[in-house]
Design a protein. Structure first.
Length: 371
C-alpha cells in the first residue's frame, strides 16, 4: 500500500482553434502551462476519442454522440445510437476507436442499457459513417439488470490490439455482489475485440466464475489506461467517503470492496476493515476522496517533466492530478487547479492534454506548454 497526499495546479490543450476564450496561464511544479478552451456546449461530456482526420468524437451522458470539428464547432447528435437509459449517473459513457479504425471505421460505445428488469452497463461495436453510426453489434451486457441510478463503471481500454477491457461498478445497493463471481457487478471484463471470450481468461475452464470476468472486488471504476511499458491495465475507482484508489487490474485478483476500504459510509460509519489476507492493497489512495474520473499515461515530451506520469481528473476538487511513478510506486503527487469538474483526461496526437468538464454546458479544454 502506498499513500500520498499533495497539492498543485494543472490545465489542457489541442490541435484545435482556441478562439472561444483567452488563454489562461497556470504555473505547475515542472513547467508553466497554457489552458485554452477549444469547444463548449456539451451536455455532461463523458468520453472522447481522436479521429485520424483531426476531429474528435465526444459522448454526452445525456445519450448523445457528437463530432467536434477542428474549429471547435459541434455536429448535430449522430443518429443510430442504441436505446440508452439516462438516469442519475447512467447514460452514454465511453467511446473508443477500434485499432483498425482507419480501415473499418469501427468504434466501441459503453452505455446504460434499459430493460424491463432494470438496466446495466453494455457495450456495442458499431461503424461510424458520416453523421450516424450503423451496424450495431452488442458485444457485452452486464448481468443481472438492476434498478439503480449509481455505479456503472463504463471505461474502455484496449490491450495489445487484441483485448477489450470493460470496467464496471457495484450498482450502489448491490455492493456485496462485488465479492461473488456469478454476476458482473464490481468487475473488470476482458474480451476479444469482436466480443468473444478469450480462452485464457481465468474462469473459462473454471466454473468458479463467469467466463468474461478478469478481476473483482471493485466499487466503481471510472478510469482505465494501459501501462506503456508493462502493457497491464491500470484502473482507478471511487471509494465511498474516502478511499478512492489506483490498482493494477490482474487476473483473478480480489481488490477487496466492500470488505476492505479506506473510506467510510456517507454520513459516517465504518465499512469493513483496511486490510485482509487475499485482498489487494491499492497502489495509491486518497482520503478524503477526490472523486477521480478519467486517466491516462502521458507519453510525450511536449509538457516538460511530465513524460510517463499518470494524469487523473478530479470531479470533487475541480483539479487535474499528476502522479510520478517509480515502477508501481507513486513517489509524488501534484494537484493542478482547473476550476471545473474533470470527467475525462486524454493525451492528444499533438502532445497536448485534453480535459472534458462535467457540467450542463460542458467544455473541452487543452493544456500546452506556455510559449
Amino acid at each position: 500500500m502506498k499513500k500520498t497526499f499533495a497539492l498543485s495546479l494543472f490545465a489542457t490543450g489541442m490541435l484545435f482553434a482556441t478562439t472561444l476564450v483567452s488563454a489562461q496561464t497556470i504555473n505547475t511544479e515542472k513547467a508553466t502551462l497554457t489552458l485554452e478552451k477549444v469547444a463548449k456546449g456539451l451536455e455532461h461530456p463523458w468520453g472522447l476519442a481522436f479521429l485520424p482526420d483531426g476531429r474528435m468524437l465526444v459522448t454526452e451522458r445525456a445519450g448523445k454522440l457528437r463530432l467536434v470539428n477542428t474549429d471547435g464547432s459541434l455536429s448535430a447528435p449522430l443518429a443510430g445510437l442504441p436505446d440508452i437509459e439516462v438516469s442519475g449517473q447512467g447514460g452514454l459513457f465511453d467511446v473508443l476507436l477500434h485499432p483498425d479504425f482507419a480501415n473499418n471505421s469501427k468504434i466501441y460505445l459503453s452505455y446504460n442499457e434499459p430493460s424491463s428488469n432494470g438496466s446495466s452497463t453494455a457495450v456495442v461495436l458499431a461503424t461510424l459513417k458520416e453523421d450516424r453510426i450503423t451496424d450495431l453489434q452488442m458485444i457485452f451486457s452486464a448481468a443481472p439488470k438492476f434498478s439503480s441510478r449509481h455505479h456503472f463503471g463504463g471505461r474502455l481500454a484496449i490491450q495489445d490490439n487484441q483485448y477489450l477491457f470493460i470496467t464496471l461498478g457495484d450498482r450502489g445497493q448491490r455492493r456485496d455482489d462485488a465479492q461473488t463471481l456469478d454476476n458482473h457487478h464490481g468487475k473488470v471484463i476482458r474480451l476479444h475485440l469482436d466480443g468473444s471470450v478469450p480462452q485464457d481468461n481465468p474462469y473459462v475452464k473454471n466454473d468458479a466464475g463467469l467466463a468474461d470476468i478478469w478481476s473483482y472486488g471493485h466499487r466503481n471504476i471510472q478510469g482505465a489506461a494501459i501501462h506503456p511499458t508493462t502493457g497491464e491495465l491500470w484502473t482507478h475507482e471511487h471509494g465511498p467517503q474516502g478511499g478512492d484508489e489506483i490498482n493494477v487490474a490482474r487476473a483473478t485478483y480480489n481488490y477487496g470492496w466492500p470488505v476492505i476500504t479506506y473510506g467510510e459510509e456517507y454520513g459516517g460509519g465504518k465499512i469493513g476493515q483496511t486490510a485482509k489476507e487475499g485482498m489487494e492493497q491499492p497502489l495509491h489512495y486518497w482520503v478524503p476522496s477526490i472523486a477521480p474520473s478519467g486517466m491516462t499515461f502521458y507519453l510525450n515530451d511536449a509538457l516538460p517533466g511530465w513524460k510517463n506520469n499518470v494524469l487523473v481528473g478530479s470531479l470533487r476538487y475541480l483539479q487535474l492530478v499528476r502522479l510520478e511513478l517509480d515502477g508501481e510506486k507513486v513517489t509524488h503527487e501534484e494537484r493542478i487547479m482547473i476550476g471545473q469538474r474533470i470527467r475525462d483526461v486524454r493525451q492528444g496526437p499533438d502532445g497536448a492534454v485534453y480535459l472534458l468538464t462535467d457540467q450542463a454546458d460542458g467544455e473541452i479544454l487543452r493544456l500546452t506548454a506556455a510559449k
